[in-house]
Write a protein that binds this ligand. Structure first.
Ligand SMILES: Nc1ncnc2c1ncn2[C@@H]1O[C@H](COP(=O)(O)OP(=O)(O)O)[C@@H](O)[C@H]1O
Ligand SMILES: [Mg+2]
Length: 244
């Protein structure tokens, strides 16, 4: 116990209940989600956002960063896909939550595609260097699973080193994970993450519905089960209240 904790312990009233949850949380920026997770993401922590292509991982992550920016928080978006920045801007700019004035300052974009053939410790130092430059409260690595396709042998160790180092910064990090056919979520990443959010698509007649499910969240009495979500230009990524 450190001194502050020790003093707090000693000065508590006789018979006083220990404070239940002292976990500090930040709002996710996703309407409907914070109600499911006791107010927001534990800070600091690492959250895996897993799903197959088109389930909304990138949209979810951008909305998380822009919500922080509205609050004056610094955001950092690492892409592993080697997409030029103008592409990303073009695709995302028709969402009403994307405010162009935040790009390049409160929402920074780092293309790490060219880094990925380097040894894993260099990838890790590069990420840490970029974080140290802006000291963001919100970080995204989209998608982290690309690194697994490239490094293979050292992937588990890399993920543990990565998540440990991310937690030592004062930030919440979203790692997005592509889910392969037949797999529910990328298991290696889930071991290293504090929380796992699963995004999915289910065929219903001719339509495909999108869902969100909180599989685990450390220190949080979260809701369980899959909730339908909608993704629209006007409202972005929203968790709908009704459960199917
Ligand atoms: N600019 C946009 N405007 C409206 N809807 C979009 C836009 N971009 C994506 N979407 C919707 O969000 C879905 C998920 O996109 P995305 O977040 O890129 O998924 P993922 O990163 O999981 O592949 C798309 O299939 C589409 O329905
Ligand atoms: Mg994506």
């Amino acid at each position: 116990m450190d001194n502050v904790a020790e003093e707090a312990w000693e000065s508590r009233e006789e018979g006083e209940e220990l404070q239940k949850s002292e976990i500090f949380r930040i709002p996710s920026g996703i309407p409907g989600l914070d109600d499911m997770i006791e107010g927001g993401f534990p800070f600091p922590s690492v959250v895996l956002v897993a799903g197959s292509a088109g389930t909304g991982k990138t949209t979810f992550s951008l909305q998380f960063l822009f919500a922080g920016a509205e609050n004056g928080e610094q955001g950092l978006f690492f892409t592993t896909l080697s997409e030029p920045t103008h592409w990303m801007l073009q695709y995302s700019s028709n969402f009403s939550f994307v405010k162009k004035e935040y790009f390049g300052n409160l929402v920074r974009y780092v293309d790490m595609g060219s880094m990925l053939n380097r040894p894993v410790d260099e990838i890790l130092s590069y990420i840490n260097e970029k974080i140290a430059e802006t000291m963001p409260q919100r970080i995204v690595i989209d998608p982290v699973t690309i690194i697994g396709n490239i490094v293979r042998d050292n992937y588990r160790k890399f993920l543990f080193d990565l998540t440990n180092s991310l937690k030592s910064w004062q930030a919440v990090t979203l790692l997005t994970g592509e889910v392969k056919p037949g797999e529910m979520y990328p298991v290696e990443v889930s071991y290293a993450a504090d929380s796992v959010i699963l995004l999915s698509l289910k065929a219903e007649g001719n339509a495909r519905r999108k869902y969100l499910e909180v599989l685990k969240m450390r220190g949080t009495d979260h809701r369980t089960g899959a909730y339908p979500v909608s993704i629209t230009r006007e409202d972005g990524f929203v968790v709908l209240r009704a459960r199917f």
